[in-house]
Design a protein around this ligand. Structure first.
Ligand SMILES: Cc1ncc(COP(=O)(O)O)c(C=O)c1O
Length: 421
């Protein structure tokens, strides 16, 4: 039984004053692969996936892991091995999912701004469902599919104008956001295209945002979507599923927040009104806790007003979430020094004032060469990394059953310059 307590970060723990990932010493991994490095716990990914699967055990469901959260091949393969399906947000993610072994029919293709090439290859491949973002996109899908004598399986993403009560930059279900079609237009869009050649309407889709930590917006989104699906059923559509998207938040601050079973309990009564399977697209909730970014302190600066900075060899190029959304990550020294905690600004080496991981954070003493781990960095971490300031993409390591393996080697400057003339 996976409890609420087990869904805070359990994988990265200190034993004998040194940080380990599921018992494997972080220091020993760094000795081989250097820093910065993303380290993932395979066990944490399996546990988080199972928590969602178990929560929905009483209702027909399919979990399509959202590759956008982390699409490193080994992680995508691991999820396929434990029964997940895939949610891809681009042609690139579809290809990664295919290389990880997913059948095309097990992939949903979501995303604003799908290109003609992406749609053509998704349709030719027989992708499971294309979640269309607009009437125009539905028409383009219809034209491509019928020109190839095919029928594309589609759902329309509706924008229900529900406040996910998350960070504004990761809320997607408000009227002001670019995502989906206004709820009040959805029924007409389905009806007008009911007999369009090349389209087969198999579902309805909603995704109201990410890092959602309260149940009510998620319940309301489900209620709204199921009501639309019932109207469409009355109009003669035989839908196969309702797709509730992703969005389930994780406990970045170490205190348990909503558990997948709270989510399931809130939405299953809504789903029962229609009785068809539900598609879930969780990303963060599956991989967020499983990863840490480990970095080395390269400088310590003390200002006369008492502020002290620890400058790391990783910054917004490796993990942009704090700079992008002001998001919070726990940061722990790998081998905490004794003595009282002091206030630290933990910053990266990049030439941007926003390259800050934490401000005025109470932490043990830090010295040059110390290692720190930025926790809960498994989602929207390595996937958003960049080469800004010509930083090289970090290595990635997976810990599984007491052993570790490099699942992505560190990028070299030759890798980067190979693209340039
Ligand atoms: C359509 C869609 N589905 C699923 C997800 C995954 O969201 P999360 O990682 O919050 O579960 C996203 C991310 O924002 C998304 O845009």
């Amino acid at each position: 039984m996976i409890t609420s307590e087990s869904l805070v970060n359990q994988s990265f723990r200190h034993t004998d004053n040194t940080l380990a990932c599921d018992g494997v010493s972080i220091g020993s991994i760094v000795e081989s692969v250097a820093t910065p490095v993303y380290i993932y716990s395979a066990r944490a990914i399996r546990d988080a996936y199972r928590a969602i699967d178990e929560a929905f055990a009483s209702y027909p469901h399919a979990i399509h892991y959202a590759l956008k959260a982390n699409s490193t091949l080994a992680i995508v393969r691991l999820l396929r091995a434990i029964g997940s399906r895939a949610d891809a947000n681009s042609g690139g993610e579809i290809q990664v999912a295919r290389r990880a072994g997913f059948a095309s029919s097990d992939i949903v293709f979501t995303g604003v701004g799908k290109t003609r090439e992406e749609l053509e290859s998704a349709i030719a491949d027989g992708i499971g469902t294309i979640n269309a973002e607009s009437p125009g996109e539905l028409d383009r899908i219809a034209a491509i599919a019928s020109a190839h004598g095919r029928e594309a399986r589609v759902a329309l993403r509706v924008n229900p104008d529900i406040d996910a009560k998350s960070h504004p930059n990761i809320s997607t279900g408000l009227r002001i956001n670019k995502f989906g079609v206004p709820l009040q237009d959805a029924r007409a869009i389905y009806r007008e295209r009911r007999d369009t050649r090349g389209l087969r309407f198999v579902g309805v889709h909603v995704h109201i945002g990410s890092q959602i930590t309260t149940i009510e917006p998620l319940r309301r989104a489900a209620e709204t979507l199921v009501s639309l699906a019932l109207e469409l059923r009355a109009d003669g559509f035989s839908l196969e599923h309702v797709d509730l998207g992703g969005g389930l938040g994780i406990a970045y601050e170490g205190r348990p927040i909503i558990h997948p079973s709270d989510y399931a309990q809130a939405v299953i009564p809504e789903l029962k009104r229609i009785g068809i399977p539900v598609v879930l697209e969780p990303g963060r909730a599956v991989v967020g806790h499983a990863g840490a970014l480990v970095a080395r302190v390269v400088d310590v600066k003390r200002f006369p007003d008492g502020r002290q900075f620890a400058v790391l060899d990783a910054g917004m190029g490796e993990l942009i979430r704090p700079a992008l959304y002001g998001s919070y990550h726990q940061i722990v020294p790998v081998a905490p020094r004794p003595g009282a905690d002091r206030s630290w600004d933990i910053v990266g080496p990049i030439c941007e004032s926003s390259d800050v991981f934490a401000k005025e954070r109470m932490m043990p003493a830090l010295e040059v060469n110390d290692l720190v781990a930025i926790l809960d960095a498994g989602a929207y971490g390595s996937v958003m990394a960049s080469n800004y300031n010509r930083h090289l993409l970090p290595a990635e390591v997976m810990v599984d059953e007491g052993k570790w393996t490099t699942i992505r080697r560190r990028q070299t400057l030759d890798d980067v310059l190979a693209l340039e003339s």
